[in-house]
Design a protein around this ligand. Sequence first.
Ligand code: TXA
Ligand code: MG
Length: 309
Amino acid sequence: MHTVITKDPAEAASFIKRGGSVVFPTETVYGIGACAEDHSACQALYQIKGRPQDNPLIIHLAESSAIFEHAYVPKKYEDFIQHFSPGAITYILKKKNQQLFSTGLPSIGLRVPTANFTRNFLHAAALPVAAPSANLSGKPSITKSYYAKLEFSGRVDCILTGPDAEIGLESTIIDLTCEPAVILRPGGIALTDIQKFIPGASLLATPVGTTPKSPGLKYKHYAPHCKVSLVAELPEAKDKKIGRIGFHFTGSSSIDRKLQSNIQYMKELYSFFLDCDSLGIEEAFCEMPIRDKWFDSLMNRLRKAASLD
Ligand code: TXA
Ligand code: MG
């Protein structure tokens, strides 16, 4: 497949309007989008990613007001949604617009990205855009245009290149169809900030052996090819080619990603993993994040990458 690479949001949007697939940047991670009302265009995204068919897609909208057009919003959550949108948060709500692709579910995940660049693209498309994260299924998500081009040239109709993802981890997903509301995936909005509005909201704990509430939770995620180890202290390179990301370093290794904060950890983690694979690293060591409000989101991705969950 020939892939058009462009910096022009309107050119990329024209592919969405014609039923095509477009890799595009957001402030969380890159997505691969298609018109959410065109079910065959949405189906094609599953082939491109190698994504399991039962895992629904997040639908991206240009304006917060559109959330209320496409889904039923319980009155008590109206202020909450107005406060956090646009933002790195996806709301699971009861579907109102029956045209939207939702793998047969009565609910839908809706998100309004913050990045102006992304919103220009969504405005130009003038359609709801269904988009999973831009990664081959199970692999780390993409946060930089370099990797978007490397992984998706020849696989999609168009790649919109733009700024690096400002946040670097996927959106927080909150299910507002159940009582109390539950966080299905911690991400770019911290749980403690959500609890200021919804005190009863908590992180979903999926006991071993039960069916996950969010289909995506049961699949392996975010891992590079090499072994990933989550450690209290970063080791020094001995006889292996290793990569390290964290706060405290002694000696040097093939990739050393030195961090000052968890915010920076979120922004760097996926590109660190992709760099490890590009350089043929055998083991990637990740230092435990700092215990601040971003701890849960980082630990969720790190534990999955290290196959601890
Ligand atoms: O930041 C993000 O959320 C990125 C960017 C591109 O917006 N997107 C993203 O999409 O991470 P994806 O497909 O990698 O993750 C979407 C998750 C999956 O775990 C899926 O199961 C869940 O959202 N999801 C979508 N619709 C759902 C629904 N109706 N009910 C429960 N979970 C849903
Ligand atoms: Mg994903």
